[in-house]
Design a protein around this ligand. Structure first.
Ligand code: PGA
Length: 251
């Protein structure tokens, strides 16, 4: 079955010293946790230090973005190959903040997802509707379009190596979480689309995370839903205690 996964997206926070402090506290707090993939995604500049700090622990490393080419004249960009080299196993792609502030389209996200897979990274591809889209009853169709375009050309033999994160934009950093029912109905919809594309057995192995104001107070009710396989956590991942509580599904 699907192994639960909790990812801390630190966004543009923490110096190197702060990153090391946070992950050092965290590794003590979660050292006994088994059967959950625990991932932290620091900024690019802290990846090496965090990679060293989590050696021989149950914490894995992710990045928050990657460019789609392997190398070349792309000033300021970092490739998936470079992230693999620094010790990442995962990369978050298509986060709504990147779609909003850096105009990343589904086509761009798709190129990034394909390059991450080629480099041997597991992409965590984010999709989710805005408040306006939800209010116009377009949440299901927006998510469907983002999903299908984002994973275009991923063949069935690679499909189990992707992770989908459903993050309703209106729930990110707002303190306003989707209810477990609202999240589950979208997750169910996502799994149905994946089943149509890849068949039931592959779709049943693909993890779908929920993100958007996940906290110790709401993690257990979210995780109780059949199609919610974990969480992508922003704000609450910056505090080692809160993140550890989320990893343990406890308040
Ligand atoms: P949040 O962010 O937990 O602070 O709402 C989630 C995310 O953007 O991944």
């Amino acid at each position: 079955m699907r192994k639960p996964m909790i990812v801390g997206n630190w966004k543009m926070n923490n110096t190197i010293a702060e990153s090391i402090r946070l992950v050092t506290e965290l590794k003590e707090l979660v050292s006994e946790v088994e059967d959950i993939d625990i991932v932290v995604a620091p900024s690019f500049v802290a990846l090496t230090s965090v990679a060293i700090a989590i050696q021989d622990t149950n914490i894995q490393l992710g990045a928050q973005n990657a460019f789609w080419e392997e190398s070349g004249p792309y000033t300021g960009e970092v490739s998936a190959v470079m992230l693999k080299d620094v010790g990442c196993q995962y990369v978050i792609l298509g986060h709504s903040e990147r779609r909003q502030y850096f105009k990343e389209t589904d086509e761009i996200v798709n190129k990034k997802v394909l390059s991450a897979i080629d480099a041997g990274l597991i992409p965590i591809m984010c999709i989710g509707e805005t408040l306006e889209e939800r209010e116009k009853n377009r949440a299901f169709s927006v998510v469907e379009t983002q999903l299908k375009r984002g994973i275009q050309d991923i063949h069935s033999d690679q499909a189990e190596n992707i992770v989908i994160a459903y993050e309703p934009v209106w729930a990110i950093g707002t303190g306003r979480t989707a209810t477990p029912e609202q999240a589950e109905e979208i997750h169910f919809h996502i799994r149905k689309i994946l089943s149509k594309l890849y068949g039931n057995s592959i779709a049943n192995n693909i993890r779908i995370l929920y993100g958007g104001s996940v906290k110790p107070e709401n993690i257990s009710e979210l995780m109780a839903k059949p199609n919610i396989d974990g969480a992508l956590v922003g704000g609450a991942s910056l505090d080692s205690q809160s993140f550890a509580h989320i990893v343990k599904f406890e308040q």
